[in-house]
Design a protein around this ligand. Structure first.
Ligand SMILES: Cc1cc2nc3c(=O)[nH]c(=O)nc-3n(C[C@H](O)[C@H](O)[C@H](O)COP(=O)(O)OP(=O)(O)OC[C@H]3O[C@@H](n4cnc5c(N)ncnc54)[C@H](O)[C@@H]3O)c2cc1C
Ligand SMILES: *[C@@H]1O[C@H](CO)[C@@H](O)[C@H](O)[C@H]1NC(C)=O
Ligand SMILES: *[C@@H]1O[C@H](CO)[C@@H](O)[C@H](O)[C@H]1NC(C)=O
Ligand SMILES: *[C@@H]1O[C@H](CO)[C@@H](O)[C@H](O)[C@H]1NC(C)=O
Ligand SMILES: *[C@@H]1O[C@H](CO)[C@@H](O)[C@H](O)[C@H]1NC(C)=O
Ligand SMILES: *[C@@H]1O[C@H](CO)[C@@H](O)[C@H](O)[C@H]1NC(C)=O
Ligand SMILES: *[C@@H]1O[C@H](CO)[C@@H](O)[C@H](O)[C@H]1NC(C)=O
Ligand SMILES: *[C@@H]1O[C@H](CO)[C@@H](O)[C@H](O)[C@H]1NC(C)=O
Length: 845
């Protein structure tokens, strides 16, 4: 990270804060990981996790080989493996999901981790100008679940007209009335008011809920939308124009990736093998232009596996075209340049790239109407704090369940769009946070915003209550493309998004920003004295704030991808020169090859892409079944078996020993976040000096970030001691005051919670979670968390069970957020231990 001393003081300060502000730091992530292992076996889901099939035990051939276990590939694999007569192999370059990706608050942190491919766009003079090297980051999931394992979980189906347009382009069977059933097939709607709505269904693999945690400001912004004349509606229902709290693909508040929703339930089928860390290098095509298999590499070893029926590319909009080109399917001129023998000339491969972009920097300040210390919007200090960890661990609630980048959204019309069409051209993401509120830890880091820009825009409003309304251009006219960098399958391809190459895109985007501003002018937000960030992007400082010149400049500088690249293997009829696949998603010019993922969209949908891609995969799975059933009588028996009916597939139960092993969280988390250093205190003295330039709040915050680390302070405990259950209230004179939670391990590591009780004798036999010492699995012996507090004022003594819990929480809350506690940690210490794998760790705050 460059320090630009000559520029001005602001960028300098900004860089140093990022250096010490490594939060979510490795320590806190390891802590969260430990807590999940100890308290949230539902997240570990050890029994159902997908198991990697050993390399040497893979068959020589399969009926279907699916490349990429992303949003689409997971669906296709699970649906095709419903037919026990077919053998299915799913090859995924990445690893299994990490438990941390289940936690919604982790969303921005997953980007740039090892489950992200970390693509970047090629530099441009017209967009992404405020990003480091004028390159936008393009995260993509490299993991089971693909991008659905690191996306923002927003569930949006797009607009009816999108699909009717696809059909009009010559894609029979893709009209809205044809495809709606596949949205329904996938869905398990959990929002009560929509469960029996004709536009929704229940029982599918993909659960849809509201996020569990939300901030009060979000409702105010929705109210402003109503004041502006929009309705609050189900944007996935009959009409799209309006506002709503975000529908999310979460399951009891936790991420529901396609790996979780589709793969885990299917992965025990005997006819289905999953191989992770397996990068497909090439699709193998014989001289009759018939696909016969793939070549892939796992841990440095290569293998060829053949297919009896088809190879299906579900590698996503960047890598499906890359693989086609590497295999000789693409524009023959481009392939020849690289020395690749062109099997089939298909000029559309990699072309027609469309993405949703937004204008960043649209943050607004407001005055917190609460003066009792409660938050009205995102508050970083309360996120990775011990109380929120406890809420998460014990009560399945709290800010770790928040997806603060888009708690709500609106679909609105600019002046260029006739509102009667119900085909909104701008989507607004409503966030109870803004880049100034996290000190650059989330948004800045994930987007790759330059230090200079961050400093100029936010340095003097850091941590002030803010929100953002981010306008996204729904139907861009600009088209980009993807090309091979070289013939190495491990090299990322070249990405040229060509944002704003069509001037209409810019005009609409500018109008979108004005709509955001007019929302802020509504009474609901004026009550809170909402106002725009007065700072201007340093690249646009010469233009008056909110002038057209300024908005255009801001759009080109603060360009944000909303991560929806699609269209690079477009579906189209045979006469469409640019089409790569036909309406049954078969690749033109070669046999036995389909592409099923976001790349087949001929035009981008009017909203987020995950649900539409899952719909595409559901429909494609049925098409494959239909196509092969036509040539086999036998298959009709199985081809339409419903998802849940796995009885025909013999279930394999796993060796429980395999599962209860305590994970080595240190190695695991370090390898997931290799870019976060665990020895970041290396530059301690330098950092301390720099922090003197920051205001007190930032200083105390930085202090906390630095000192949240885990220390192994004891040898493994020899004997199991039941933590004292009744002594929850804090007795100033006692050094050991505890509250604790115990788990009774079940078979296959399914624990259930025995809740904290003020007195152990209250642990009645009223339910199955009876505490029974003799029932305790010794491997889980130290699964207790102990909160201990010294040298602190006495709170009122605990009266009953309920009050006890909240008092406990309040106390810890108090100690963590009291500013003075960070200036003098000798006097204000919250001491906390955690027992993990027989070792006691001290957590210092
Ligand atoms: C950060 C982020 C936030 C997003 N937020 C939302 C949102 O809130 N709502 C929404 O609807 N959409 C969102 N999206 C978009 C959505 O998640 C994607 O459009 C969708 O997941 C893409 O599905 P896919 O099947 O086309 O590709 P992917 O899900 O990306 O799957 C491709 C898979 O193929 C694997 N692969 C690639 N190459 C190879 C190879 N050579 N060999 C083996 N495997 C390979 C990859 O590792 C990956 O697992 C977001 C995306 C991102 C990245
Ligand atoms: C502060 O006031 C708000 C609004 O009345 C209330 O919802 C919140 O619970 C209060 N917080 C505290 C800590 O009392
Ligand atoms: C941290 O420690 C490792 C191993 O000791 C070392 O290689 C590295 O240079 C140190 N610093 C950073 C910033 O990682
Ligand atoms: C520590 O400071 C040195 C010199 O400024 C720098 O090269 C190094 O990257 C810094 N380490 C970390 C972890 O920031
Ligand atoms: C913790 O410390 C003990 C005693 O020094 C040591 O034996 C043990 O390996 C340590 N555990 C970890 C996880 O570092
Ligand atoms: C705590 O200890 C002090 C001195 O040892 C004593 O005076 C005080 O009464 C004790 N308080 C309680 C609540 O026991
Ligand atoms: C728990 O409560 C019971 C009766 O309420 C009492 O007899 C017992 O001593 C208490 N146990 C402890 C450890 O305080
Ligand atoms: C505790 O568990 C043991 C072994 O599972 C069982 O024999 C015993 O009856 C249980 N005790 C109670 C009180 O449930």
């Amino acid at each position: 990270m460059a320090i630009h001393g000559s520029f001005s003081i602001k960028p300098f300060v900004s860089s140093t804060r990022i250096i010490f502000g490594l939060l979510p730091g490795l320590g806190s992530l390891i802590l969260l990981r430990m807590v999940i292992h100890l308290y949230r076996p539902d997240i570990e889901d050890a029994v159902n996790r997908v198991r990697d099939h050993p390399f040497d035990e893979l068959y020589e051939n399969y009926d279907f080989i699916i490349v990429g276990a992303g949003s689409a590939g997971s669906v296709v694999a699970s649906r095709l493996s419903e037919n026990p007569e077919w053998n299915i192999l799913l090859l995924e370059a990445g690893q299994d999901e990490n438990v941390l990706s289940d936690v919604p608050i982790m969303f921005p942190t997953l980007q740039t981790s090892s489950i992200d491919w970390q693509f970047v766009t090629e530099p441009s003079k017209y967009y992404c100008l405020s990003m480091v090297d004028s390159r936008c980051k393009w995260p993509r999931g490299k993991v089971l679940g693909g991008s659905s394992a690191l996306n923002a979980m927003l569930y949006i189906r797009g607009n009816k007209k999108d699909y009717d347009n696809w059909e009009r382009l010559g894609n029979e069977g893709w009209a809205y009335e044809d495809i709606i059933k596949y949205f329904l097939k996938a869905e398990d709607m959990r929002i009560p008011e929509y469960r029996s709505d004709p536009y929704h269904s229940t029982g599918g693999p993909l659960s849809v809920e509201y996020f569990k945690f939300e901030q009060p400001i979000t409702n105010k912004i929705i109210q402003a939308g109503v004041e502006l004349g929009y309705r609050v509606i189900d944007v996935n229902g009959e009409y799209q124009t309006g506002f709503t709290k975000s529908h999310a693909t979460v399951d009891d508040g936790l991420r529901c990736s396609t790996a979780k929703g589709y793969l885990r339930p299917a992965s025990k089928r005997r006819n289905f093998h999953v191989s992770v860390h397996s990068l497909v290098e090439k699709v193998l095509i014989d001289k009759y232009k018939k696909v016969y298999g793939v070549k892939f590499t796992k841990n440095g070893k290569s293998k060829i596996i053949k297919c009896n029926k088809e190879v299906i590319l579900s590698a996503g909009a960047i890598q499906s075209p890359q693989l086609l080109m590497l295999s000789g399917v693409g524009d023959s001129e481009h392939l020849k340049e690289l020395g690749i023998f062109p099997v089939t000339h298909l000029s559309g491969v990699g072309q027609n790239l469309q993405d949703h972009i937004a204008m960043g920097g649209h943050s607004f300040l407001f005055d917190n109407p609460y003066n009792n210390g409660s938050d009205y919007s995102f508050n970083l200090n309360n996120i990775m704090s011990i109380p929120s960890l406890i809420d998460f661990a014990l009560y399945k609630k709290g800010p770790l369940y928040s997806m603060m980048e888009a708690e709500a959204m609106g679909f609105v019309n600019t002046k260029y769009q006739d509102p009667r069409e119900d085909y909104p051209d701008i989507q607004l993401f409503i966030a109870p946070t803004a880049d100034n509120m996290d000190g650059g830890l989330f948004g800045k880091r994930a987007n790759g915003l330059s230090d200079e820009t961050y400093a100029e825009l936010y340095e003097d409003i850091l941590y002030k209550p803010s929100f953002s309304i981010v306008p996204l251009l729904l139907r861009p006219k600009s088209r980009g493309f993807i090309k091979l960098r070289n013939t190495n399958p491990f090299s990322p391809p070249l990405i040229y998004p060509n944002y704003y190459s069509d001037p209409d895109d810019l005009l609409r985007m500018m109008e979108g920003a004005k709509i955001a501003q007019s929302l802020v002018n509504q009474p609901a937000l004026q009550e809170l004295n909402a106002r725009p960030n007065p700072n201007r992007n340093p690249g646009c400082a010469e233009h008056p704030l909110m002038s057209d010149e300024h908005l255009e400049c801001q759009a080109r500088h603060h360009t944000l991808t909303i991560y929806h690249p699609v269209g690079t293997c477009a579906m189209g009829p045979a006469h469409d020169y640019n089409a790569v696949v036909n309406p049954r998603l078969r690749v033109y010019g070669v046999d036995n090859l389909r592409v099923i993922d976001g790349s087949i969209m001929p035009t981008i949908v009017n909203g987020n892409t995950n649900a539409p891609i899952i719909m595409i995969a559901e429909k494609a799975s049925d098409m494959i079944k239909e196509d092969w059933v036509a040539s086999s009588n036998y298959l009709t028996t199985y081809a339409y078996r419903s998802f849940g009916d796995t009885k025909a597939n013999n279930m394999e139960f796993r060796n429980s020993e395999d599962i209860v092993k305590t994970p080595d969280v240190f190695t695991e988390i370090k390898s997931l976040f290799p870019h976060l250093s665990d020895n970041h205190t290396e530059n301690d003295s330098k950092t301390k000096q720099d922090t003197n330039q920051l205001d007190t709040r930032i200083k105390s915050f930085g202090k906390r970030l630095q000192s949240l680390y885990l220390t192994n302070i004891t040898n493994p405990m020899k004997t199991y001691q039941t933590p004292i259950l009744n002594n929850i209230h804090f007795d100033k004179n006692k050094s050991n005051s505890f509250t604790s939670t115990l788990f009774r391990p079940h078979r296959y590591n399914q624990h259930s919670i025995i809740e904290s009780r003020p007195n152990q004798s209250h642990l009645s036999t009223q339910n199955q979670n009876v505490f029974n010492h003799s029932d305790i699995d010794t491997s889980a012996i130290h699964r207790s968390i102990i909160f201990n507090r010294d040298r602190t004022p006495s709170p009122p003594p605990a009266k009953d069970y309920k009050n006890t819990l909240s008092d406990t929480k309040k106390q810890i809350y108090y100690f963590n957020t009291n500013e003075r506690s960070f200036q003098n940690d000798e006097n204000k210490e919250c001491r906390l231990w955690l027992h993990y794998n027989g070792v006691q760790y001290e957590i210092q705050l």
